[in-house]
Write a protein that binds this ligand. Structure first.
Ligand code: AMP
Length: 400
């Protein structure tokens, strides 16, 4: 463990549920989500500490101090907890049990690591959803080629095999068609356990990011319509072009899940809108979400500020959408060898907001930044986003 600055602080009493500006927020994870959380926390006058394995990670660039260590380094987690009044996390791949053991006696953790425990594992997540009557695709947990073969017969084709643990952005997923070779697929999958899911014929992918306070109060951001490329979020469009009743339903399901999980902070819920008009929950994330990035520029109070308000016990901010918006992810693939994309050419649109995360190596598929186009209408925001995409060599967003 390495620490790059003095990390001592005067602590808020642990029983206090309100942390006023001046207090210290510790964030596990220093990627772009941590960076945007830190920016909003700093705007509100908090001190911010980051734990991340990479020195100079995006969030550390805008924080008061950072601890450079692996997430499994319990002494490092304890040091961050000792220096913080409240601890939160920006991604799910932190083991929840040691986190609880080490941090809980030192400071508040929001949301509770139990929420992390459920959301970081597809088997527990699906079982939680099904047990509580939340709609999701049919699924089965499988741990051998034989179980996979049997489950696929019951669920039907096509279906998709996903890793139970620590999967995201389509990593560790395999779509199966009738006649597939279960032994070969299981061998290639090489995980002890998987979740087999029915393939959902969807007309749209949506998400609702909901913030919940200790008091039970909730605020949900406007629903975003999400488009993926190669299993990674490519663009979010807000307002979504789906009936308002369905958007209300999505927000209401997200708030009910947040309530059931007793989340304090953000819960992002990704949905499939089935071709028959019903909503199915795809995934949960108890943290800021890529599909909520648009809110940083386009809402009175975006997801990052709302998370800070919720975990610090400050009153909720307004989620009002100030303008139609399209958010486009910028992956490492866009970077020419040894150079940078022509940002000055897309910034000719004065209503385009560019966010670059400050990551040093632009690998293919790595999220390096995003931009948002704001315009008086959604179609204008899409047209503006497409103009910028063409400049960068990206295919246009297609809307059905
Ligand atoms: P995930 O990592 O589970 O969010 O999956 C990444 C993307 O793969 C989703 O956003 C969908 O576009 C697609 N996908 C995953 N699961 C399914 C499914 N059961 N039915 C249809 N598409 C899926």
């Amino acid at each position: 463990m390495q620490s790059d600055q003095t990390i001592s602080c005067q602590k808020n009493p642990p029983e206090s549920k309100v942390l006023l500006p001046g207090g210290t927020i510790g964030i596990l994870g220093g990627g772009q989500l941590g960076k945007m959380l830190a920016i909003e926390a700093k705007k509100l006058g908090y001190r911010v500490g980051i734990l991340d394995p990479e020195k100079g990670c995006p969030a550390a660039q805008v924080s008061d101090f950072s601890v450079v260590a692996d997430y499994s380094d319990l002494a490092a987690v304890a040091a961050l907890a000792d220096a913080s009044d409240v601890l939160t996390f920006e991604f799910e791949n932190v083991r929840s049990a040691p986190l609880k053991e080490v941090a809980v006696s030192r400071c508040r953790i929001c949301p509770d690591p139990e929420v992390l425990h459920i959301a970081q594992n597809r088997e527990r997540e699906k079982n939680f959803l099904a047990a509580n009557g939340f709609p999701c695709a049919p699924f089965a947990v499988v741990s051998s080629a034989e179980e996979l073969e049997k489950a696929a017969e019951v669920i039907g084709f096509p279906c998709v095999l996903k890793t139970a643990d620590f999967g995201y952005d389509g990593k560790g997923q395999c779509r199966l068609e009738k006649g597939f070779d279960a032994r070969e697929v299981w061998h290639r999958f090489s995980c002890p356990k998987g979740v087999l899911e029915g393939w959902v014929p969807f007309s749209a992918e949506l998400s609702a990011v909901c913030a919940r306070w200790e008091s039970g109060e909730t605020r949900c951001l406007p629903v975003s319509e999400n488009q993926h490329r190669h299993h990674i979020l490519d663009a979010s469009i807000v307002p979504a072009s789906i009936p308002s009743e369905i958007q209300d339903q999505a927000r209401s399901i997200a708030a009910s899940i947040a309530e059931k999980l007793q989340v304090v902070g953000l819960l992002a819920v990704e949905f499939f809108l089935h071709c028959d008009g019903t909503l199915l929950v795809n995934e949960l994330a108890p943290r800021p979400h890529n599909s909520g990035h648009y809110s940083f520029d386009a809402c009175i109070c975006g997801q990052f500020e709302q998370h800070i308000r919720a975990i610090c016990g400050l009153p909720p901010g307004s989620t009002e959408l100030l303008s139609p918006v399209v958010m486009v992810n910028l992956l490492g693939d866009l970077w020419p060898e040894g150079g940078t994309p022509p940002w000055e050419k897309i910034l000719v649109n004065p209503a385009l907001k560019l966010h670059l995360y400050g990551k040093s190596s632009p690998r293919n598929g790595r999220k390096m930044g995003h931009f948002c186009t704001l315009a008086p209408t959604v179609s204008q925001a899409v047209a503006d986003a497409n103009f910028a995409r063409e400049t960068l060599g990206l295919p246009p967003i297609q809307r059905g």
